[in-house]
Design a protein around this ligand. Sequence first.
Ligand code: GLA
Length: 722
Amino acid sequence: MAIIGTSSFAQNAPTIIPIETRQNVLVLQTDKENHLGITYFGKKLSQAAEYKLIPSQSRQRDGNAGIYNSAYTPAGTWNVSEPALQLTHGDGNKSLDLVYVSHNKAKENDNVSVTSIVLKDPVYAVEVTLFYKTYFQENVVEQWSVIKSEEKKPITLEKYASANLYFIAKDYYLTHYNGTWAKEMNPEEELLTAGIRVLDSKLGTRANLYQPPTFSLSFDKPATENEGKVLLATLAWSGNFKMEFEVDSYHNLRLIAGINPYSSEYPLASKQEFKTPSFIYTFSENGKGEASRNLHNWARKYRILDGEGTRMTLLNNWEATYFDFNEAKLSELFKDGKKLGVDLFLLDDGWFANKYPRNSDGAGLGDWQENVKKLPNGIGYLVKEAQKTGIKFGIWVEPEMVNPKSELYEKHPDWVIKQPQRPEHYMRNQLPLDLSNPEVQDFVYGILDKLFTENPDIAYIKWDCNATTFNPYSAYLEKNKHAQSKLFVDYVKGLYKVLEKLRAKYPKVPMMLCSGGGGRVDYEALKYFTEFWPSDNTDPLERIFMQWEYSYFFPSIALSAHVTDWGKQPLKFRTDVAMMGRLGYDIVVSHLNEKDLQFSQQAVVNYNAVKDIIFQGDLFRLVDPKKNDYAALMYATKSKSKAILFSYLVGNRNGAGSDTPIRLEGLDASKNYKVRELNLYPGTKSAIKEDQVYSGEYLMTAGFNPVVNARRTSVVLEIEAM
Ligand code: GLA
């Protein structure tokens, strides 16, 4: 690795470090005192030499009041604004300064580079390295920091952000998300005003129940799909997070993002390192559409497990049976799955525990032995039965949790997160296990390892996590004289250790990340999971809105969408919506009438024929359901030879529908295309002329009307180049 720039503490000429992707740049620059600041973020200049001309916007403009644009703001010295790093030294002193020492850029390959910048406290033996990993083509930056102490006594980290950024624009519009169970991803856009706006979570295990660690930030004016400057960003951390947006006295915006310091002071021994989670962002000058395609391209190629692969269709029994099933019933469901044409049967909750059988959510969690009444012949028998029927077998687990009514709780009360002197507080009658404890990590790993060892043909896992962390207290940390304040962080680290070990032995088996719906959706977990469950709410009307919002940050290949009995929409509508992700079913197939069954069988065939376009294609959000009485989205292959357009009626006013053409995107203006309707319900006729040829130019300029209306509430079109 070549050292690109070095300096001593007393350097005069500024060091300029541009962090570049194909379209964008983040420019860092040292000042007279060697403090590192951000001078520019945005579209890349064609002459890199001109970065040095950019004036350092707000550094010390008001005398000694501090440096606002710091690349990593230390607490307790010259700085008086919100810090990125705050700590107490071994001797109790709380001051920190960070000056630039050196940087280097290491190329991993033609597309991926890591710039690391070393900062040091001139007085205390504390060092911080800032890492900026760039994915050039995708315009994505992944940023984290590593904090290291060589002080004799342990230091205590009080706040340890992943990223500290600085933006200069006329105005800042933040879009963030709120929600709760079955109501995930409600967007709100606001103009940021002076002061600090905080997005955070203190929920521990089910960290994103009320808020995900994702947001978009528009500069100057609210960005649209195809216009405006916009940053899409997310923190890759499955625990408490905090993002602070501070419009400062110069109307510039300081952003600090990382683990939530709430109740999380973290002691660091001499020579130990603390690596913060990654903050991942992309910027576009051309609106949210391009920015989200950047993230999709990056996530599929570099992040999500098997992101460039494919996904299986499945039949899940949760809503069909809940806890009430036995071998005979399941064997029938395998046949139903086969009849439907899906690849896999997913056995949900309720298959385990004997002393306190898992017949409701009130008992049994933690006792991962097959329930002998329901499954006298065990999982192995089910896997074989499924295979005999010609379908693969997958299974639900919730390995991090325990019901107080369980043998596990009776045997290992010290493995449970709870305050020993206070009444227990439950969510869904359960408590998290203490994953900071290596014994508990082994136990959790062991649940999965045993399932796979005994049943190597298990083809899919749904990993659930249904409770937040109340009464945070770890008997393990106490016993080993560790600070209790490590719990929130060490829990997540423990979880990653388990997943890492699991993936080392079972690298390929697809796993769904679920947390009572979308209570845990982030890009660190998605290193280990192939997909996530966005919400228990599968009402297709709600899903159109919800999946639209998730689609800014996550590609469709990662989004599980099931056809269920939720909502009032007809089966075709429900199916079309679920096709915009990894398609599954959670219905009683035997209750379908003949036409519904015929429709569904054909829909699975259609889906298999086009799913690669949905998984790997470019997504264009064409008509926003929040602003119109219908929605339209399309996926186009990178070669622009095929596309799928989905459109849905979402309003119910008289005459609601698509009465004008929609301008398509992502096609080749010079190619000719034919348009064909998919997923027609048996006995209905398409309103689309299938033999008409259109140029790409026509479809993208004059547009095309899918004819969505009260009689055609959901329309799927295949657009194919000739
Ligand atoms: C959670 C999940 C559901 C289902 C149940 C089982 O609520 O989100 O999909 O698996 O648990 O108890």
